[in-house]
Design a protein around this ligand. Structure first.
Ligand code: BTN
Length: 254
């Protein structure tokens, strides 16, 4: 484990200039999934904005049936809770993507709906879960992984901050940046859905490009002309028709 950048809750919370996110920061050495911890805290409305980090998860989850695996101390594993978010879960998912991309830096782009890439490789993933009492936004950012640490199936598809920059990142600083950007963009989303759409489109790898995707197992191809927070990615299909494809049923092939 990389003890030199242990996640210290006081260090993350110190001088954090946020309105809502990170009102309390809790760090676990090891847990099942920070989203599971967040779900327990979500039962109390006073816990809005709480942020949870873990050095290690033994049941980290990704979207769909995917797992999120990260060796102890290598990643930033975070969940934040929102007891209310009026714009709804679809916009929340796009908003989180914008905030995580900005946390990572200028070279980060968004792949539909909310994978964060550097070049063609995934550096971060986001799992938004809706509960009766609010929303959980779970974020995993690859930080200290080297290429050897990724399983063979991911070696050509994954990257870490250290690999991307050639320098060792300091996770408490990344954590602080993450909470700051989440706070800012969640605030923007509550005022203007359009600002999030614009920013998402600006950061997206798809806008103006051809997208090949599976929608409910069916192959769909078309030119991406935008995103609708409720209805999904907007494609102009080869025959000319314009259709929208929601995130829950779609996965990008290329
Ligand atoms: C994905 O890309 O499929 C989403 C990955 C989300 C992973 C993060 S790690 C912190 C939080 N806890 C989890 O179990 N999942 C999210």
């Amino acid at each position: 484990m990389n003890y030199s950048d242990r996640l210290d809750p006081d260090m993350i919370a110190a001088n954090l200039k946020t309105n809502r996110i990170g009102r309390k920061v809790i760090v676990f050495q090891s847990t099942s999934s920070t989203n599971d911890i967040a779900a327990e805290y979500l039962n109390n409305p006073d816990n809005d904005g709480f942020a949870f980090f873990a050095e290690e998860q033994n049941a980290g989850r990704g979207r769909g049936a995917n797992k999120w695996v990260s060796k102890k101390g290598d990643g930033l594993l975070c969940s934040v809770i929102l007891t209310e978010f009026a714009p709804g879960p679809e916009l929340l998912s796009l908003t989180a993507a914008v905030a995580v991309a900005e946390t990572i830096g200028d070279s980060a782009k968004i792949k539909w709906p909310n994978d964060i890439l550097i070049g063609t490789k995934k550096i971060a993933g986001i799992l938004v879960e809706k509960k009766n009492t609010g929303f959980i936004v779970g974020i995993g950012i690859n930080c200290h992984q080297s290429i050897d640490e990724f399983p063979d199936s991911l070696k050509n598809k994954a990257i870490s901050l250290d690999m991307a920059t050639g320098a060792k990142c300091f996770r408490p600083t990344v954590a602080k940046r993450l909470l700051t950007h989440l706070d800012y963009w969640f605030g923007v989303a509550c005022e203007s859905e359009q600002k999030i759409i614009n920013k998402w489109q600006q950061l997206s790898i798809h806008l103006g490009h051809r997208v090949n995707m599976l929608y409910d197992g069916r192959k769909i191809s078309g030119n991406c002309i935008g995103v609708d927070p409720q209805k999904g990615i907007i494609l102009q299909l080869d025959g000319g028709a314009v259709k929208m494809f929601d995130a829950a049923h779609s996965s990008i092939i290329s």
